[in-house]
Structures are given as structure tokens and as C-alpha cells.
Design a protein around this ligand. Structure first.
Ligand SMILES: [Zn+2]
Ligand SMILES: [Zn+2]
Length: 45
């Protein structure tokens, strides 16, 4: 017997995992006002 099972694919909960940069604190700029070399200005790494 072939049962047509409609598998409802529920989208996994995608949580934005943004880790605040430990070097600049999420600003993307280091203490010198330059682009953070750790996250390259992204603010998270
Ligand atoms: Zn970092
Ligand atoms: Zn950084």
C-alpha cells in the first residue's frame, strides 16, 4: 500500500547567531578608531 504522506517540512527556527566581537565589543571599530582587525568591521565574529 502506498500511503501519500505529506511530510510537512517545518522550517527550523533560524536564530541569528551574531557573536559580539570580543575585541571591539560589536562596534566594528577598535579603540583607535580603526576598523577592528578581529571582525574586520563587522562587529561580530
Ligand atoms: Zn572578536
Ligand atoms: Zn571587532
Amino acid at each position: 500500500m502506498n500511503t501519500d504522506d505529506d511530510e510537512q517540512v517545518t522550517p527550523a527556527q533560524i536564530e541569528p547567531k551574531r557573536w559580539q566581537c570580543c575585541h571591539c565589543g560589536g562596534t566594528g571599530v577598535d579603540s583607535y578608531g580603526d576598523t577592528c582587525p578581529h571582525c574586520h568591521g563587522l562587529g561580530f565574529c
